[in-house]
Each structure stands twice: as C-alpha cells, then as structure tokens.
Design a binder for this molecule. Structure first.
Ligand code: BMA
Length: 851
C-alpha cells in the first residue's frame, strides 16, 4: 500500500504584498497572530488596541514555504494537496503554477498536484487577498445595502458599508455584540500532502438506517477514487464484525455502499442517560488479499429524532434519543477565540467538560461563528453533549446570486460530510434569527428591515432567502445525512410559508428566543410566562471577575464607563443595563470590584429563574439553552465561562439548576409559593418532601413534610402554600424557605433558598464563616459553616480551577463541604489539587453598608 501523508506546516514565512521583508509565520495561523508574534502589533485584546488594527484587513498578504517529497511518495498514482481551511480569498501556487483559487473559509480544498511536484525545493505560496477590498465592489454592484445588524463596519473604518454578508467567512470576525471586529486572513487549518495508490477511499460514512436495542441496520458508504479501472474488494470491519463486497470500477469517483448489521449494539447516549460508546469502523480496499487503501470512521450508534407532533397546546418540539424524550439542557456556543488557531485541544476540552459538569446535555453551535473543529465534536461525542448545529448565517440577509449559492452548496456538502459520523449531531439548522428578523408574512413584525426596501427588492430578498434556507440547505442535509432533522431558522414557529411561520415569545410550536429580559428591560419574572416548546436562546450579561478584567485593563480603567470597559462591551448600553437591573434586584455595590461580583450574581439569578421556569414546564417545554457558554476574548458578555476559562457565578448556578433531579420553588404566582420536583431520571423516585422555613439565625420556624412519588421524566407540582400563611408574623426580609426531597435511601436534594423580597431588600448581617481545610489524596476540601445566613458565598482560589460548588447560600446549622479541582492539561480536565490561598466572601462583603 502506498498511502502516506506529510504535513506541510513547517518553514512558513509571510509578508504584506508589496513589502520586501519575509517574517516567520505559524501555520495553521492568521495574519494578526503572526504580526503579534513578530512584535509588529500590540496584543489586540488589551485595552483599546483593537482600534488600531483595521489596516490589516485592507492589505493583501502572502505566505510561502518550501518542502521536500520523499521519492517513494512521489511514485504514488495520486498526490493530493489538502488545505483543510483557507481564510478566505486565497490564490495558491505550487512551483509557480496556479493550482487553486479559494473563496470560502468553510471549505476543504483538495487538489491533485502530482504533475507539479519535485523531490526537493517545492515552493508553495498562498496569496490572501483582502476580504474588504474583495467585497466592497460587490456592495457597489448590488446597489443597495443588505441588513447585517452586528457587522461593526464603522469600527473597521468602512462607515456604514456592511460587507460581511458577501464573504463566506466567520460572521463574528466583523464584530458582534460580544466580540471585537478583527477580520483575519490566514491558512487557518491544517495543510498536508497525501499519497494514494491507484484506488483510494476519500470518505467513509456509516449511515445509521435504523438503530434499536436489538439491531443496528447500517450502510457503509465509501467514496472511492480510481486513477484507472479497478476491481477488488471493499471490506469494512468493526470489533469482530466484518462485511465485504466485490467492486469493479471505472476510472473516476464512485459512491459504493455496503449493508451492515450489528445485533445488540452498544448504544451511544447523551450525558445522564448512559454510556457514550463509540465504534471504530475500518474500511479497506483489497486486491489479491493485499490492502490498497484504508479509511477509518468513528461513530456512536443511536437513533435521534426531532419530534414535532400536534398536541392540545400546539406542536411538540423535542429530541428523542434511542426512543427516550430528552429535555435539552445547555447553552449556545460561540467560537472560543477571535483568532481561531489559538484554540487548543485543552481549551476545547475545558469548555466541553465544564458543560458536562454543569449537567448539560446539549450545546448549540450558533450560526455567526464557524463549523467547529473536529476536536469539538469528538469531545461532544465523548462527553455525551448533543449538538444543535447551525449553518453559518446569522442576523443578516444574504446575496442570492449563482456564484454565492454554489459556494454555499459546496460548503454545506463539505461540512455535512465532515460531521455526519458524529453521534452528537442532533439537528442542522439553517440560520440564526433571520426568519424572525425579516418576518416576511407579517408586515408589522420583525426588526424593521423590510421597510428599507421597495416591494420588488423585498420579494427578491425573500425568494433568495427561501432558495437558500428552504431548498438548498435541506436538500444537502437530506442527501448527505438522510434522516437527520433540518430546521430552517432558529427561532421558527412552523415551516408553513405563511404568517404562522414566524416565532414570537409565546409561540406554542417550534423554538423561541426570548430576549424580553435584557434587550427589552423586562423584569426577571417574565421568564415565567415567556416559555416556548424549546427555548433555544435567552440570556443576561455580566462582567468577568476582577482577575480577568486586570488582564485587559489598567487600574485607572476600572470604571464601568471608562473607554476600555466600553471597548470590551459591544452591546450598546450594556454596562448601563447591568447597573439598571442591579438597582432592581441587588444592594448597591461598594466599589468596582464589588460591582463585578454583583453583576455575576445578577446574571446567575436571571438564568436560574429562566432555567427553572423552563424545566417546571416540562413536557410542554423540552429545551433550555441559555446564551452563551463562552467568550472569544476577555469581555463583558452573556458568557458563563470567561475567555480564560474561569467559571462565572452563573455556571455554578446552571450546574445546580440543570441537575437531573431538581427541587424548584416558584414564587411567581402572586400570594403563593409552589414547590416542584422535576426529574430527568429514567425511573420514578419516591420519598419525602420537606419544606422548611428558617430565619437568618437558622432557627427552624416552620416545617411540613409529605411523602411523594416523582414519576420518571416529569415535572410535578408537589405543594402549594399561601405566602401569608406560610410567613405568619415573620418578617419576610429575614427568612428563607427551603424544600428538600429525601429519597428512601436517605439521599437528599435541596432546592435553592427561596426569599420573599429581592436580594437588595434582605436584612443581612455580616456572617462569620468558619472554614475548615481538609487535605486528602492530593486534593483539598473545605467545610464551611456560618453563624448567620450568608448569601451567595464566593470561594476564590489562587490557583486556576473550580470548586465543586460556589456562590451558594449558607444557612446556620447546615455546613457545606466543597472540593477544589485544578484545571489540568493532563489525562483529566480537572484534578484534585491545592488551590493555594482561598478567600471566602458573601453578599454583605460587597454591599455598601446601609446608612
Ligand atoms: C441573539 C444571538 C446573538 C446575540 C445575542 C445577544 O440574538 O443570536 O446574535 O449575540 O442574541 O444579543
């Protein structure tokens, strides 16, 4: 067999076109990071440095390397040069010969270069044309501006000329309401040369025709490329199974299929439901029993279905995995960096492991970023995180010309093929928020975009929209990943082609994005009434912690309206909005550092309110994905984990509110308190429900107890109280209500503390929190006890890592033990370790003392 591969990632240099000097370059990489490493620009994430960098995207850049090819390899019938990603308009030459003109960042480019290769001194050059210079003329030609709400053209020195929609390039590079405008160019994914024999397997898809506990019916679909007519055997193996078929092929590219069955397959499950078993399928081409080619595919066997069925309320919208209805718990994911090649395996793993630790089972790869790296999906497979996968279109209208559509078709084919073996993929979705923003069938709805256009252009834009999202993309998904669900836009009510199509906050079918809280400044309790069948976005911003702020700001910048703090806040008025909500719910912070803590607590409260409201509405509502889990730079944003991987308060809150068994207290109905038990468990649980009212000293003021049965995968309202009766003569500002579900085996699940006044109105006194440090097995545990109610206790460690719990309330007489786990590059993402110095503070430490 002559299969071989050499990576072409060494010896690269780069320069601005027209300049003399070549500088060392990193491939994969991008111009910004290469300039930074060569000391030509300051850190783009620091202070307001980003503002000085838009010149980079107006410039053409050139990369080159020289490489050798081993003699043996040169003899191979096929020599394919592969660029797994070029950002974006790239002209590639090999030994002076133009071999490729790329124009889509999301595609994989393969060129057979056998005829141009030499054993030594091969010159490979990649010329990257400025995406700005390339696309400005397209805007001129079109003659009108297409809406692109988040494109920060002004920050790029382009006035109101929004050109992001013309490039098939990560939309967020042009800015977003949580990210800077850093329009990169580069060789952003791996580059290699691969050698093949006469015949090779270019792609292997394990199609899951029907998968059940007793039998998996599969199709092994191989794309075979032959340099000349070829006959032989295609064999596929997995564990001790083996299937084969005879092939007799002409020269060219062929798709060949092999029916396969596995009895009693080990199924793949998402987190919480079972193991994440993966099979490795090995396909080979054999001639006279000698192997000519090989290709591996890893996949997990499972059936996944989006269930949309009429019901009394409207229409369901949930995922069913191996026959089990899933309540999707999770968040939206954006790219982990403005400079994509800075994202290491460890950073991806930190994110996905943090999602799993927070009891999530789904992430949405949102349409303004990228089709993620293979590592991301491998990790989701491994940790049991389902993926809602958007195509990369967001909050904009796009061109509909033939060249654009052709490029998108090829992009969609490349990515659906690349990702279709991953069991984590649950859905392909056409775009983010375009259906609602345009609202074609409702003159008065939408974001006002339609109004800017004459009727013919309006119709044209909608026809283009339909071509792309209602025909082209679903056709690709159906053809290349048969059986996989496609949903044209998130959110969408129903795919009807009339006024019923567009989602609202109260839609009773499809998915919704609820942004009344935050963008429309509605109070948190609105989360209790704006609940859809699947809430795929809702969110609230916060500041990162002090340590993170000091990584991008000077001590003199520490004010919410300083130039630097506003530069790292890309949602207009965002910092003011945080301050405004803080006044509604929290005490006044002492100083800037206290403001940061409070902003996190505020966000956490908002998200807890939403998550628990959604889960209490199960099975009407079957999904809750908050906006957003991560950041692409150090910023003030909706993230629950900051750019440096530090968990904000909300991530700990989410961990508790997403637990498989949740006890949730709902005080949103006026004059009453309802206690729910919500279960995602596969079996019914019986036990007792204890409801306890305490004062700030931990005195038990009231207690009720009842036995209950919690059926599998249900939310039950277990108890209701009249608030006035419950409180009696007690001052509502000094009491806390707790509900605990105690299983037969004694295991206890306790609700969050429920309060009868907003946090800002609680009469809290300074607690004395006793911390006992218990060292064991390389790790450190802390036992915390308090003398008076301590609200939102924050343990902050010197070392980077996480506590098993944090930002929790401590009630006297209820000690808590938490463990520290350091972030690790080793075998596991988190390991028990010594956190170094630990400070323990609670709400009163950050609140301005009352006069
Ligand atoms: C939603 C998202 C993003 C945005 C977020 C916050 O609309 O889809 O476009 O970042 O809200 O505004």
């Amino acid at each position: 067999m002559v299969e071989a591969k050499i990576r072409l990632t060494d010896n690269w240099t780069f320069r601005a076109c027209g300049e003399q000097e070549w500088m060392p370059a990193t491939v994969p990489g991008c111009v910004h990071t290469d300039l930074l490493r060569n000391g030509r620009i300051p850190d783009p994430f620091y202070g307001t440095n980003e503002r000085d960098l838009p010149w980079i995207d107006k410039q053409d850049w050139e990369y080159r390397t020289e490489f050798e090819v081993p003699e043996a390899m040169l003899q191979a019938p096929h020599l394919i040069l592969v660029f797994a990603g070029l950002d974006t308009y790239a002209d590639v030459e090999l030994n002076g010969q133009p071999i490729l003109a790329a124009d889509n960042m999301f595609r994989t480019w393969k060129v057979d270069v056998k005829q141009w290769l030499e054993p030594k001194g091969n010159q490979l050059t990649v010329r990257l044309r400025s995406p700005v210079k390339e696309d400005l003329p397209k805007l001129e030609r079109l003659g009108y501006a297409l809406p692109a709400t988040n494109d920060q053209s002004e920050a790029g020195g382009l006035g109101d000329k929004k050109i992001s929609i013309f490039a098939r390039k990560a939309p967020y590079h042009y800015g977003w309401d949580w990210g800077p405008r850093l329009v990169t160019s580069g060789i952003w994914r791996d580059v290699w040369l691969e050698a093949h024999d006469v015949c090779y397997i270019d792609d292997l898809f394990i199609q899951q025709v029907e998968v059940g506990a007793d039998l998996a019916r599969l199709k092994g679909i191989a794309e075979v490329v032959c340099a000349e007519p070829w006959s032989g055997v295609l064999r596929i193996r997995a564990d001790d199974h083996q299937w084969e078929t005879l092939l007799s092929l002409d020269a060219g590219r062929h798709t060949v299929a092999l029916d396969m069955e596995i009895a009693k397959p080990r199924l793949w499950w998402c987190r919480g439901l079972g193991e994440q078993h993966m099979y490795t399928f090995q396909a080979e081409l054999l001639r006279e029993n000698k192997r000519v080619a090989e290709r591996l595919a890893r996949t997990g066997l499972r059936s996944i279905r989006l269930v949309q069925e009429q019901d009394v309320a409207g229409r369901t919208f949930y995922f069913e995995l191996n026959g089990i209805p899933i309540f999707a718990k999770g968040a939206n994911h954006i790219p982990n960096d403005s400079f994509l090649t800075e994202i290491t395996y460890e950073r991806y793993r930190h994110e996905i492991a943090s999602a799993a630790l927070a009891n999530m089972n789904m992430l949405r790869v949102w349409g303004g970023g990228i089709y993620e790296d293979d590592m991301f999906y491998d990790l989701c497979d491994e940790y049991g995180i389902l993926v809602w996968q958007d195509f990369m279109f967001a909050c904009s209208m796009y061109p509909g010309d033939e060249a654009f559509l052709r490029s998108v078709r090829l992009e969609a084919e490349d990515n659906v093929k690349r990702l279709r073996n991953h069991p984590c993929i649950a859905l392909w979705c056409g775009n983010n928020e375009i259906d609602t923003a345009w609202s074609h069938y409702n003159e008065h709805a939408g974001w006002g975009w339609k109004k800017a256009f004459e009727p013919e252009i309006r119709d044209k834009l909608w026809r283009d929209y339909e071509e792309l999202f209602h025909r082209l993309l679903p056709e690709v998904v159906n053809r290349l990943a048969p059986g996989m669900a496609y949903w044209p836009s998130s959110p969408l009510c129903e795919w009807t082609g009339d006024i019923r199509q567009h989602a609202t906050n109260r839609s009773t079918s499809g998915d919704i994005h609820y942004w009344g809280v935050w963008h429309n400044v509605e109070p948190f309790d609105q989360y209790n009434v704006n609940i859809g069948r699947f809430v795929s976005e809702y969110g609230f911003q916060s500041f990162p912690e002090y340590r993170t702020v000091l990584q991008y700001a000077e001590p003199s910048d520490l004010a919410i309206d300083s130039d630097v703090m506003l530069a790292h806040q890309r949602n207009n008025q965002g910092n003011q909005l945080i301050a405004q909500y803080m006044k509604m719910y929290l005490p006044e912070p002492r100083d800037f550092a206290s403001f940061l803590y409070m902003s996190q607590l505020l966000q956490a409260e908002a998200m807890k309110t939403a998550i628990e409201a959604h889960r209490r509405k199960m099975p009407y509502c079957m999904g809750s994905l908050y906006w957003q889990i991560n950041d692409c730079w150090p910023a003030i944003s909706w993230s629950s984990i900051d750019y440096y991987g530090r968990w904000k308060a909300i991530h700990y809150f989410a961990k508790r509110s997403f637990r498989d068994l949740l006890v949730s207290i709902d005080g949103s109905q006026s004059g009453q308190v309802d206690v729910y038990v919500v279960s995602d468990e596969g079996e019914a649980a019986s036990g007792t429900l204890q409801i306890r009212l305490y004062d700030a000293l931990g005195t038990l003021l009231r207690q009720t107890e009842q036995s209950i049965l919690v059926p599998a995968r249900t939310a039950v309202k277990a108890a209701t109280f009249r608030t006035a009766e419950l409180l009696g003569e007690h001052d509502p500002a000094v009491v806390v209500l707790q509900a605990a579900f105690i299983r037969r085996n004694g295991e206890e699940t306790v609700s969050e503390g429920h309060y009868f006044v907003p946090m800002g109105k609680l009469k809290l006194t300074a607690p004395s929190i006793r911390v006992r440090r218990l060292e064991e097995d390389g790790g450190v545990r802390f036992m915390l006890e308090t003398d008076v109610l301590a609200k939102a206790v924050w343990l902050q460690a010197e070392a980077e890592g996480i506590f098993s719990d944090n930002f929790f309330d401590l009630i006297p007489g209820q000690p808590r033990t938490v463990e520290f786990h350091a972030r690790s590059e080793g075998q596991s993402p988190f390991v028990p370790a010594d956190p170094g110095a630990v400070t323990v503070r609670s709400l009163v430490d950050f609140a301005k003392p009352r006069e």
